[in-house]
Design a protein around this ligand. Structure first.
Ligand code: APR
Ligand code: PHB
Length: 386
C-alpha cells in the first residue's frame, strides 16, 4: 500500500492496516517538526477518541486532553448551554490538539519501525488505472519508485493526488466571504466548555488546548493581513464579541500564535479513480465551525481500511468499489452541518436585518427546543450511523 501524506488520514490509515498485517509506506514532503508543530483544530468526536484507544494510542490524550459534555451558544449577549452528552446518550467530545494526535501517531509508527519518509520531493502517482499503480518520489537526491496494489491520496487540499485524477471528478466548491483569525494564548481559558458566539460585529469562538492554554477565533476578512491585527486590537475585539449582560469576564494573556484562515466547503465526487483513493482534505474541506475536518478524515480511512482488509483477505473488491459512495453520504451530512453552523453563527456581510433576525430566531429555537438541540448535539459529537 502506498500512502501519500502523513497527516491524520494517512497516519491513521497506516495504523489500521498495520493492525491487520498489511504493510504500507507513507511519503510526506514536509519535515517531522513541521507536521507536528503546525497549529490546527483540536476537537475529537467520541468515535475518533475511541479509535485512538482501540489502536492503543489514547494514553496521552487521556492524560492531557479535556472531555466536554456540553457547549455554549452565546447570542444577544446571553449564554445558553447545549448538554451534548445528555442529548446523545452519554457521548462527549475531546479537546486534544490535532498536532498532538499527529505526534502520537508518528511516534507509534517510527517506534514500530514502519516506513515513513519525511522531506520527500516531487511525488507523482502513475498507472493507477491498471492493477499495478506506482508512486515516484525523490529522497535525499535520489529518485525512488514504490510499486503498490493501491494508492491512498491522503495529501490534503494542496496535494498531488487529487489533481492527478481531477479530469474524472466533479468538483463542488463554496467559498465563504469571511475567514477566521485564530490565536493561541498562554492564559487559562475563561470558560469550562466551548463558547460559540453570534454577535453583530461577527462570530467568535472560545476554545482551549489545556488549563493553561486558550485558543480563540474571530470572524474576519479572509484577505486581511495578520499584521493589521495587533494583540491589543485582537483582545479589544474579543471583548466586544464575547460581551454578555451578566458581567462574564474574558481573561487576556500573551498571544503565542496567530493566523488567518479562509473558509470553504469543498467536495469532489467520486473520491476514487482506478486504484487511487482520496481521503480527508484531499477529497473534501469543511468550514471549521463544526470542528469536523479531522473527524471526517478519520471516518474516510476507517471505510478505506475495512475495504482494503477485505480486498487482501478475500480478494473481494466490492467494499473498495463502494468506497466513494459509502464516504460521500457522511461527507454531505457533515458538509450540511458545518454549513448550517456557519450560517447560523456568522455575520453575513450583505445580510440585512431580516436575515440577522432569522439567525437569532434559529439560535433561539436551538436553545429552547430539545428536538433542535438534539439535532445540533448528535451531529456535533458525531453521528454513528450515516
Ligand atoms: N507529497 C507528500 N506529502 C504531501 C504532499 C505531497 N505532494 N502534499 C501534501 N502533503 C502532506 C502535507 O504536508 C500533510 O502533512 O500531506 C499531509 C496532509 O495532511 P492534512 O492536510 O492534515 O490532511 P488530512 O490528513 O486529510 O487531515 C485532515 O487536517 O487540515 C486539517 O482541518 C483539516 O482537520 C483536517 C485534517
Ligand atoms: C479548536 O479547538 O481549534 C476548535 C474547536 C471547535 C471548532 C473549531 C476549532 O469548531
Amino acid at each position: 500500500m502506498g500512502i501519500v501524506g502523513a497527516g491524520p488520514a494517512g497516519l491513521i490509515l497506516s495504523q489500521l492496516l498495520d493492525r491487520a498485517g498489511i504493510d504500507s509506506v507513507i511519503l510526506e514532503n514536509r519535515d517531522r517538526e513541521y507536521v507536528t508543530e503546525r497549529v490546527r483544530a483540536g476537537l475529537l468526536e467520541q468515535a475518533t477518541a475511541d479509535l485512538l484507544d482501540e489502536l492503543g494510542l489514547g494514553e496521552r490524550m487521556h492524560r492531557e486532553g479535556l472531555v466536554h459534555q456540553g457547549l455554549y451558544l452565546r447570542f444577544a449577549h446571553q449564554t445558553h448551554r447545549i448538554p451534548l452528552s445528555e442529548l446523545t446518550g452519554g457521548r462527549s467530545i475531546w479537546i486534544y490538539g490535532q498536532q498532538e494526535v499527529v505526534k502520537d501517531l508518528i511516534e507509534a509508527r517510527l517506534a514500530a519501525g514502519q516506513q515513513l519518509h519525511f522531506e520527500v520531493a516531487d511525488v507523482s502517482v502513475h498507472d493507477f488505472d491498471g492493477d499495478s499503480p506506482r508512486i515516484e518520489y525523490t529522497h535525499e537526491g535520489e529518485r525512488h519508485v514504490v510499486d503498490c496494489d493501491v494508492i491512498a491520496g491522503c495529501d490534503g487540499f494542496h496535494g498531488v493526488c487529487r489533481p492527478a485524477i481531477e479530469s474524472a471528478l466533479t468538483i463542488h466548491n463554496h467559498e465563504y466571504p469571511f475567514g477566521w483569525l485564530g490565536i493561541l494564548a498562554t492564559v487559562p481559558p475563561s470558560t469550562d466548555e466551548l463558547i460559540y458566539t453570534n454577535h453583530e460585529r461577527g462570530f467568535a469562538l472560545h476554545t482551549m488546548r489545556s488549563p493553561e492554554l486558550s485558543r480563540l477565533y474571530l470572524q474576519c476578512d479572509p484577505h486581511d493581513d495578520i499584521t493589521n491585527w495587533s494583540d491589543d486590537r485582537i483582545w479589544e475585539e474579543m471583548h466586544h464579541r464575547f460581551e454578555t449582560d451578566d458581567g462574564w469576564q474574558l481573561n487576556e494573556g500573551p498571544i503565542v500564535d496567530k493566523g488567518i484562515t479562509p473558509m470553504r466547503s469543498f467536495v469532489v465526487e467520486p473520491m476514487q479513480h482506478g486504484r487511487l483513493y482520496l481521503a480527508g482534505d484531499a477529497a473534501h474541506i469543511v468550514p471549521p465551525t463544526g470542528a469536523k475536518g479531522l473527524n471526517l478524515a478519520v471516518r474516510d480511512v476507517r471505510v478505506l481500511a475495512e475495504a482494503l482488509i477485505s480486498f487482501y483477505a478475500d480478494n473481494d473488491s466490492s467494499l473498495l468499489d463502494a468506497y466513494s459512495a459509502t464516504c460521500l453520504r457522511r461527507v454531505w451530512r457533515v458538509q450540511h452541518f458545518s454549513w448550517w453552523m456557519t450560517s447560523m453563527l456568522h455575520l453575513i456581510g450583505d445580510a440585512d436585518d431580516f436575515e440577522h433576525r432569522l439567525q437569532l430566531a434559529q439560535l433561539d429555537y436551538v436553545v429552547s427546543s430539545t428536538a433542535a438541540a438534539t439535532t445540533l448535539a448528535e451531529n456535533y459529537v458525531g453521528l454513528d450511523k450515516v
